[in-house]
Ligand binder design. Structure first.
Ligand code: PXP
Length: 238
């Protein structure tokens, strides 16, 4: 089975920092610690309202880390300009609603293909890998491939909430990705308790995990939770 990477999303280190308006805890320091503990990449989401990661964090993160930076962004001109200036390893295009507490569903790539296609082309021309954060829906996978995305990240939020049939949908969607020439990632809502089945899906070569691990780090420390998650992923892949 192909090896699987663990991307650590450090957004909620910034949430904690911003709660008091201080300069600590520092998401860059968290990223460096996560990498030292075995993280294969770092993910950050610069939201339109800057509720966690802020503009200055983006360049600081890119400059500080030795592992790939995955920049999650809404499909807006402002974010495209920041991505082109930063040149992260990858951009993951996500839907964004101001009122949501987290990214609630996948991007409707099929419904916005004409607007997304030129954006993907501009980012890809800058050498950035482009990922679409989608529900495990064959229509969205086909649309992602058609507009030139390199990767789909399957939204595991409904699976994590125990929705019936959702794991089977993830497995079926992952199977389709190879035929479409797409690399397959997954993420959202993953924990020590629910990661194993997703980590065992052969096509899934990267998991991006944030909220649970940053929360659990309060009890166990960040290096320990990164190491435990990686061990669970490796055990799942035999
Ligand atoms: N992948 C994407 C595209 C996301 O938007 C998020 C949440 O920011 C995650 C993964 C990580 O989700 P969680 O914080 O629930 O682990």
């Amino acid at each position: 089975m192909k090896p699987q990477r663990l991307g650590i999303n450090v957004d909620h280190v910034a949430t904690l920092r911003n709660a008091r308006g201080e300069h600590y805890p520092d998401p860059v320091a968290a990223a460096l610690l996560a990498i030292e503990a075995g993280a294969d990449g770092i993910t950050i989401h610069l939201r339109e309202d800057r509720r966690h990661i802020r503009d200055a964090d983006v360049g600081a993160m890119k400059a500080a880390i030795s592992m790939p930076l995955n920049f999650e962004m809404a499909a807006t001109e402002e974010m495209v300009a920041i991505a082109l200036a930063t040149r992260p390893h990858a951009c993951c295009i996500v839907p964004e609603k101001r009122t949501e507490v987290t990214t609630e569903g996948g991007l409707d790539v099929a419904g916005h293909a004409e607007a997304l296609r030129p954006m993907v082309a501009r980012l890809a021309a800058a050498g950035i890998r482009i990922s679409m954060f989608v529900d495990p829906d064959p229509l969205q996978l086909a649309a992602s491939a058609a507009i030139g995305a390199h990767i789909v990240e399957l939204h595991t939020g409904s699976y994590a909430h125990g929705a019936a049939g959702e794991f089977e949908r993830l497995v079926a969607a992952a199977k389709l990705t190879s035929g479409l020439g797409l690399e397959c990632h997954a993420g959202h809502g993953l924990t020590f308790d629910n990661v194993t089945p997703v980590a065992a899906i052969p096509e899934v070569v990267e998991l991006n995990i944030g909220h649970f691990l940053i929360g659990q780090a309060v009890f166990d420390g960040l290096p320990a939770v990164v190491r435990r998650m990686k061990a669970l992923m490796q055990a799942a892949r035999g």
